[in-house]
Design a protein around this ligand. Structure first.
Ligand code: UD2
Length: 350
């Protein structure tokens, strides 16, 4: 079923200055929507807002999602929101281990309050940034949405808080319709490579561009499921559009990944090749608490929301490398398909 055309909408994006949030704002603005963005710069970066900060349909509020009455204030200032995209969170897993109470407060309880306020204010759709961390320790791949449950052994307060928030979001069927996207390893322009816990692709690209050896932790045979940030933006738009469907429709939890495992050592070799550097890889001690494998099943999201990733790993890496080298890349949602045929599927998006 093709989605009926929807006109410009008013949206709220929390975590607007984050890596994914800033791409989402840009994509929504490019489609003609009005965007109110919220960020307290705890981990978001002001420069991420630069490409669209002065856009006439973008309104920024430096506030925290933990402030009671936030949504009501924004509703008063801008009028009713069609969709709340809730991405603001404590995003560092090690930080969550050191600050569990703060993590439950921000990632779980503040989400539930926003959800309740969204209901009072008649928001149509509430799309939440869930995480692959919700699956905790698992043996069987690929991971299906039903694999996380109350008996899951989480590796961090981050994973547990995201799981609980996801369950609260997904229980809302109508006004707002709640959807949680369990994103796997997202990568792309604007991902900050500067911390030891930054995404492996941002770190490897940074090392390769600087001419340093790439540091692989452990034997490099551990696998991850990498998904390009523009594809994630499209998944958010598809999820928001599902608010227009029946309350008895599909469940509200979806994995967002490529559906394919990539070994970390293969990733390192590919990045060396794409940056035209000699293969220079240093094997270091395994990272404590590292999971061995993580691959998404993307059956549910492709069946229910008509979403499939369009940017293959090599293409996404090229764009990330180009950005890291300082060649400003147009980002957002105008990416050309990667030739896997998914561009021909019916797509329902905001
Ligand atoms: C991701 C998320 C994390 C949490 C977790 C849940 C990111 C950045 N992190 O952690 O927040 O949701 O999933 O499962 O998305 N590696 C190297 N060399 C490096 C850096 C990393 O070999 O310089 C390895 C690392 O040991 C791991 C893999 O690369 O095996 C991926 O590491 P990551 O930190 O990018 O992501 P991950 O999946 O551990």
């Amino acid at each position: 079923m093709e989605k009926k055309a929807s006109g410009p909408l008013r949206c709220l994006v929390t975590g607007a200055a984050g890596f994914v949030g800033s791409h989402l704002c840009e994509g929504l603005l490019a489609l003609g929507h009005t965007v109110a963005g919220v960020d307290n710069f705890f981990s978001g970066r002001r420069e991420n807002l630069d490409p669209f900060a002065s856009h006439p349909r973008f309104f920024f509020h430096e506030r925290s999602i933990t402030e009671p009455g936030l949504l009501e204030d924004l509703h008063k200032a801008h009028g009713p929101f069609h969709t709340v995209f809730h991405l603001a969170a404590i995003v560092s897993v090690p930080y969550s281990v050191e600050h569990p109470e703060e993590t439950y407060h921000v990632n779980e309880r503040a989400t539930v309050r926003l959800l309740n306020d969204a209901e009072k204010l008649g928001v149509r759709s509430f799309v939440f940034a869930g995480s692959a961390a919700e699956y905790g320790i698992q043996d069987r791949m690929p991971l299906r949405e039903s694999n996380a449950g109350d008996g899951t052994r989480w590796l961090s307060p981050y994973g547990e808080a995201k799981y609980r928030a996801t369950m609260a979001v997904a229980s809302r069927r109508r006004r707002p319709r709640g959807v949680s996207l369990r994103c796997f390893n997202i990568y792309g322009p604007r991902q900050d490579p500067s911390s030891p816990y930054s995404g492996v692709i941002s770190r490897f690209v940074d090392m390769a561009v600087a001419g340093r050896p790439l540091t692989v932790f452990g034997d490099g045979l551990q696998t991850r499921d990498f998904v390009f940030v523009d594809d994630v933006v499209e998944a958010y738009r598809h999820a928001a559009a599902s608010a227009d469907e029946s309350a008895n429709g599909p469940c509200g939890i979806y994995n967002v990944g490529s559906g394919r495992p990539t070994a970390i050592v293969d990733l390192a070799r590919l990045i060396c090749r794409l940056t035209e550097r000699p293969e220079s890889i240093t094997f270091c001690a395994e990272r404590p608490g590292d999971i061995r494998h993580s691959t998404a099943s993307i059956e549910a999201i492709s069946r229910d929301l008509g979403w499939a990733p369009r940017i293959g790993l090599e293409q996404g890496l090229r764009r990330t490398i180009q950005w890291m080298r300082g060649a400003a890349q147009p980002t957002g949602v105008k990416a050309s398909p990667d030739g896997d045929g998914s561009e021909n599927k019916p797509r329902r998006e905001l």
